[in-house]
Structure formats: structure tokens, C-alpha cells
Design a protein. Structure first.
Length: 73
């Protein structure tokens, strides 16, 4: 009976599982925030290039050096 009580106290005092769950949640939150930031920055950069293309109105220089560069969709 004493051994059972000792095992019960050890199980109750063991916090390794709780720490692992906390770190897993923290890693998940960081991963989600990173993904959202990357998507937001990617959208902003795309909008900047689209705006630049609209301002140039197809008058930019193409890769061949001619003045007929058109914006790619």
C-alpha cells in the first residue's frame, strides 16, 4: 500500500507532460503567426507591383530592351 501511495504522489508531482503541452501550444501559435505574417507581406508586395504596373500603364521597358513591356497578370 505504501508503494502505491508513493507512485500516486510521483504521478501527481510529475509536470513533464504539462510542460510539453505548453511548449506545443506555444510552437503552434508562433507557426500560425509566422504564416499569417508571410501571407500578409506577400499580398502587400503583390499589390505594390500591381500598382506600379498600373502607373507605368504598359510603358515600361521589356526584357528585350524595347518600350513595349506589358504587365504580366
Amino acid at each position: 500500500m505504501k508503494k502505491l501511495m508513493t507512485m500516486t504522489r510521483q504521478f501527481r508531482d510529475d509536470e513533464n507532460g504539462a510542460a510539453m503541452v505548453e511548449y506545443s501550444i506555444l510552437v503552434g501559435i508562433i507557426a500560425a503567426a509566422s504564416l499569417l505574417a508571410i501571407l500578409a507581406i506577400g499580398g502587400w508586395v503583390g499589390d505594390q507591383f500591381t500598382g506600379l504596373c498600373a502607373n507605368l500603364d504598359g510603358k515600361g521597358v521589356s526584357a528585350t530592351g524595347t518600350g513595349t513591356g506589358a504587365c504580366a497578370p
